[in-house]
Design a protein around this ligand. Sequence first.
Ligand SMILES: [Zn+2]
Ligand SMILES: [Zn+2]
Length: 141
Amino acid sequence: MNDEFNELLQKHQLKKTAPRISVLSVLKSREMATSQPELEEIIGKQVDRVTLYRILSTFEEKGIIHKVLGLDGTANYAFCSASCTEHEHHDEHVHFNCTVCKHIFCLPDSQIPVVNLPKGFKVNSLNISALGICDKCTLAN
Ligand SMILES: [Zn+2]
Ligand SMILES: [Zn+2]
């Protein structure tokens, strides 16, 4: 399991450190995007807040993870699928926001519509969210 993360860090010329590996394994193991406070809770005191913040921004810069905004504007992070790291990090896919449990899910197979821009406009990122109720919340009702 750790080999996969070592290889990933190596590929991005990042030193492998225990905190980096922990962040990767938490994000990889979760099917939904994770906010920084949630990560702090899961990882615990072994990684301090500043280190965690730096790890997240480095990973985001390298295209290992991507940021998704929650309904209330909090930043959540999700592991990028292999296909999204292969192409030069255009992780433009639709996200699903569950309005009940507030979890955010990546929908990497969903197609993003083509955006027709007026002359002189340039898109840096595209954020498309579907709002609804996830499978678990549907079952719970
Ligand atoms: Zn839900
Ligand atoms: Zn995503």
